[in-house]
Design a protein around this ligand. Structure first.
Ligand SMILES: Cc1ncc(COP(=O)(O)O)c(C=O)c1O
Length: 410
């Protein structure tokens, strides 16, 4: 007999709003206009605007297939060869932190899952400690912290006047936070603004964190992808590590190895002693076990194979430079198109100064709506465009859309 449900117990479940970033891709798919352009999600596309699987990933997969690797469960902390490779990639293999065993590394479910594990650790061991995040930041930071039960507030980061870094505001807000707060910093290629502190500014940020007893929590989602150099893009993290900070660092291989759907990344905690690192690692494992038990193996093996083989590693670096170079190329072309079409003399050079996948255009929500509704250009409503989804052929069209939206919509 069928159960008669008069009133469902789920009746008070309301419809959740679409995700501000991933919802853009859904709307893009539903648009039938031929000119449509998806600049919403931060995923690399070829000049033909197609998804790209790195050749070096295919090679690593081929090797894995030939070796006939099994699908047994990984340990809770993940694949040992991956954990070693990822920490070395972050800090440099000869870094004393690694040599002395002062780092607890646990494989995570890409950047998001690694941040979530770090947040769960903060909730358990530093209850009530506030995490400060930049305003603006990658939208999911707020969800991750809130769902982990970690209080957060924002520090100023973006100056709409200069479309640059509000360094003074940033320092003031970090100084004003209670001593011992956690400060979430983007290691490189800040999302969504594409604006990073200079080396001198990083030094000054480290000074304030030290003075206030704050702890850095680096989110490194774009190592190698910002400048094309793995070492340069890790320089902020390495600077803080060399100054002796205890800190969290989340890593992702979604962008730099194009392993978006493999969900491969890591959470690292850098500590003053090897003993503390062992204890922290044991507790990270304790947090991971009831959440997802153990992480997936495929992406971990790809990373371990690529980083652990000098030939594949060099090929990876070349492909990363190619991807970063293509994005720099469209950035330049878009700037030139804006300059030649806009006769008002407005300074668009901020586009060239921004780095990484994104450009923060300064377009308001209603202007961004116009980009989508009139021009079929899909982007997040904070005015961010992913240049990784743009090609040279569409730069003129995009410049027309930006100029129309900027000047004709309030
Ligand atoms: C700043 C930042 N952190 C973390 C991530 C995490 O991405 P994933 O979970 O795919 O590694 C992203 C992805 O867009 C990001 O931009």
């Amino acid at each position: 007999m069928a159960v008669a449900v008069d009133v469902s117990r789920f009746e008070n479940v309301s419809m959740a709003p679409p995700d501000p970033i991933l919802g853009v891709s859904e709307a893009f798919k539903a648009d039938t206009d031929a000119t449509k352009l998806n600049l919403g999600v931060g995923a690399y596309r070829t000049e033909d605007l197609q998804p790209y699987v790195l050749k070096v990933v295919n090679k690593a997969e081929q090797l894995m297939l030939e070796r006939g690797e099994n699908k047994e469960y990984l340990p809770i902390e993940g694949l040992a060869a991956f954990n070693k490779a990822t920490a070395e990639l972050l800090l440099g293999a000869d870094n004393p932190v690694i040599k002395n065993g002062q780092i607890a590394t646990v494989q995570g479910l890409s950047g998001t899952g690694s941040l979530r594990l770090g947040a769960a650790f903060i909730a358990r061991y530093f209850p009530g400690v506030k995490v400060l995040i930049s305003s603006p930041t990658w939208g999911n930071h707020k969800n991750i912290l809130s769902d982990a039960g970690v209080p957060w507030s924002e520090y100023r980061y973006f100056d709409p006047q200069t479309v640059g870094l509000d360094f003074k505001g940033m320092i003031e807000d970090i100084k004003a936070a209670p001593n011992g707060s956690v400060i979430l910093l983007h290691g490189c290629a800040h999302n969504p603004t594409g604006i990073d502190p200079t080396p001198e500014q990083w030094e000054a940020i480290a000074d304030v964190l030290e003075e206030k007893g704050h702890m850095p929590f680096f989110d490194v989602a774009y190592q190698g992808f910002a400048s094309g150099s793995l070492d340069d893009d890790a320089s902020s993290v390495r600077k803080f590590a060399s100054r002796g900070f205890e800190m969290f660092v989340a890593q992702s291989y979604s962008k730099n190895l194009g392993l978006y759907a493999e969900r491969i990344g890591a959470i690292n905690v850098i500590l003053p002693t090897a003993d503390l690192a062992a204890r922290v690692k044991s507790q990270l494992k304790r947090l991971a076990r009831p959440m997802y038990s153990n992480p997936p193996v495929h992406g971990a093996r790809i990373v371990a194979n690529v980083v652990g083989d000098s030939v594949l590693f060099d090929e990876w670096r070349a492909e990363m430079q190619m991807m970063a170079g293509r994005i720099k190329g469209v950035r330049q072309k878009l700037y030139e198109a804006l300059l030649s079409k806009d006769k008002s003399g407005k300074d668009w050079s901020f586009i060239l100064k921004q780095i990484g996948m994104f450009s923060f255009t300064g377009l308001t929500k209603s202007q961004s709506d116009n980009m989508t509704d009139k021009w079929h250009v899909y982007m997040t409503k904070d005015g961010r465009i992913s240049l990784a989804g743009l090609n040279l052929a569409k730069c003129d069209y995009l410049a027309d859309a930006i100029i129309d939206s900027y000047y004709n919509v309030k």
